[in-house]
Design a protein around this ligand. Structure first.
Ligand code: JD8
Length: 396
């Protein structure tokens, strides 16, 4: 990737000589060139700013030096004829810079950053870049606070973009585990010593129990995200009772006809997601459902008098088996499935060490929810082809 930066303070970008970005440049993965805007100003004082038309405080960057600088950069001799960079202009009024944008920019072969100063750049420079130079122009903001110019934003954006380039970060897997990649903040970190100034590392991290560690870390990530960045969570995840107003009770025989119908509606979705019809809940006759109420714990959730969800549990030795977790198709994605799952988990009697369930291998929404809830794929082959067996270790 090639990056050109136009600025009146090229020295501001010297941090890009250091660390991982410096190494990537040495390794030829990345080229960064800083251009001094003043070299494109030709009056005695090399002035790049002037007073604003229409009045107002401060100064505005003049269009002529910008146009010359952009002409110069876009005509770079190493670049193929007709190739055009993307132009990124940092500005407090831009679209907020996100990890998704960093990924998007990292796919481009060539980026140009234009660093404004003073009150900003004459608006005609944006028009000229689009219309005459044929550039896609993105005004991007680092965040909701005021900087004096675009240089600091460029440092941040170039770092976020360059670390996504193939080969810049040794272990590509580590990129996948980061916050802002999967929507939750990081879990807390600890290293040696085990006890430091009377503060011990949480016991679970020393237990050697990888499932328990994963479950603990997941809980920490959820709690942190709810506390610091509730905007990243689904509303139903922020507080336990923040979801739909539902009444959850043990199922009774009078619920069976309606529960039977809801089951079919929900598992038609499953049949489509997994491209098969031989799924037990779809095939089950109503009499078998009736009998299951005596052999399992089944709950139904009602909203406005109507059954909108259900879940079933059965104790099998030291495992709690959860099945028939369903939410009416029109009410999915509001956290009700998660609530029913939590309720099922909470009913596990003492002496139950794991909670397990089976999901269709093609049910990606369900699988994502189960993983977020701390479930992990059970070792070994699943008993039923096309399914995934999931297990979660209970806490404490
Ligand atoms: C570019 C000039 C300063 C902008 C008066 C003083 C980004 N998140 C961000 N906050 N601020 C900037 C930013 C600020 C800039 C320039 C970026 C060029 N200024 C001006 C207008 C109001 N101040 C930014 N990215």
């Amino acid at each position: 990737m090639r990056i050109d930066v136009i600025t009146i303070f090229p020295e501001y970008l010297s941090p890009l000589d250091l660390s991982l970005i410096g190494k990537a440049r040495q390794d030829g993965l990345l080229t960064v060139a800083a251009h001094d805007l003043r070299e494109f100003a030709h009056d005695r004082h090399r002035s790049v700013d002037d007073t604003p038309f229409g009045g107002g405080a401060g100064m505005v960057m003049k269009p002529e030096p910008w146009a010359e600088a952009l002409d110069h950069v876009v005509a770079h001799p190493d670049r193929a004829e007709g190739q055009r960079p993307r132009l990124i202009v940092p500005g407090p009024g831009g679209r907020p810079f996100t990890q998704a944008m960093a990924r998007d920019f990292a796919r481009e072969p060539w980026l140009v950053f234009a660093c404004g100063r003073y009150e900003g750049i004459d608006e005609r420079v944006y028009e000229y870049s689009r219309a005459d130079l044929g550039l896609e122009v993105s005004v991007v903001s680092l965040g909701d606070y005021v900087l004096n110019g675009g240089e600091v934003a460029v440092l941040a954006m170039v770092e976020a973009i360059a670390r996504l380039l193939p080969g810049v970060i040794g272990n590509a897997d580590s990129l996948l585990e980061e916050s802002h990649e999967d929507g939750l903040l990081e879990y807390p970190l600890y290293t040696k010593p085990r006890v430091w100034r009377d503060r011990a590392v949480p016991d679970v991290l020393l237990s050697g129990n990888h499932a328990a560690i994963a479950a603990w870390r997941h809980e920490q990530r959820l709690a942190r995200t709810a506390a610091r960045r509730p905007d990243l969570l689904h509303p139903a995840q922020v507080t336990v009772d923040g979801g739909l107003d539902v009444d959850i009770r043990p199922a009774v025989p009078a619920d069976v006809p309606e529960l039977f119908t809801l089951t079919k509606a929900c598992w038609v979705q499953e049949a489509m997601a997994n491209q098969r019809l031989d799924i037990p809940p779809l095939e089950e006759p109503i009499g078998v459902l009736r009998a299951s109420l005596d052999e399992t714990h089944t709950w139904v959730a009602r909203h406005g008098g109507r059954i909108v969800g259900s879940v079933r549990t059965a104790v099998r030795g030291d495992d709690l088996f959860v099945s028939r977790l369903m939410v009416a198709p029109d009410l999915q994605g509001r956290g009700l499935g998660r609530r029913l799952l939590r309720l099922a988990e909470d009913t596990a009697p003492d002496g139950t060490w794991t909670v397990s369930l089976i999901a269709g291998a093609g049910s990606s929404d369900n699988l994502r929810m189960y993983r977020k809830a701390g479930y992990r794929t059970a070792p070994g082959e699943p008993a039923i082809r096309g399914t995934v067996e999931l297990v979660k270790r209970r806490r404490g």
